[in-house]
Design a protein. Structure first.
Length: 150
């Protein structure tokens, strides 16, 4: 008998907790999540704008086009900061992507990327070190696009 009362009390509590959740599920949040947007802020040393532009137009573009073709990103752009304030980047590299990669996806992407770029990790690191002589990553941000529910 005590056991039956405990079961009935548990069932009643379950119904009591389920009712507000059912009501909440019926009312839709008016905004939905979209792509992530990553923004890299780059400061380029005086006299090296062409050097960095050549890198962006070659290696960075090749990498980004490959990532987009694979579906890893949905878009990418270069934004130039016409009036940078002290400490702000001159160039903003903006990339949209639909979801975060899992660790296994990251490893598969790195292997595919290295093969596509025909570069070893050591070569990629050396290239980054060379660019560090005239450009500096002064920050980055990660946003999430929000859209109104239809």
């Amino acid at each position: 008998m005590i056991k039956n009362r405990l079961i009935m009390a548990a069932a009643a509590a379950g119904i009591a907790f389920a009712t507000p959740q059912a009501a909440t599920a019926q009312s839709a949040w008016p905004i939905v999540n979209g792509d992530y947007v990553e923004v890299g802020m780059i400061k380029v040393e005086d006299g090296h704008a062409l050097d960095y532009a050549n890198f962006l137009a070659s290696q960075w573009r090749k990498s980004s086009d490959f990532s987009k073709a694979q579906g890893w990103i949905t878009d990418y752009q270069i934004w130039y900061n016409t009036h940078p304030r002290d400490g702000e980047g001159d160039i903003y590299l903006v990339t949209w992507f639909p979801k975060m990669a899992t660790p296994a996806e990251d490893e598969a992407r790195e292997a595919a990327y290295s093969k596509h770029m025909a570069m070893t990790e050591a070569q990629m690191q050396a290239g980054s070190a060379q660019r560090a002589e005239y450009r500096k990553n002064v920050g980055s941000m990660l946003f999430r696009v929000q859209s109104f529910r239809k």
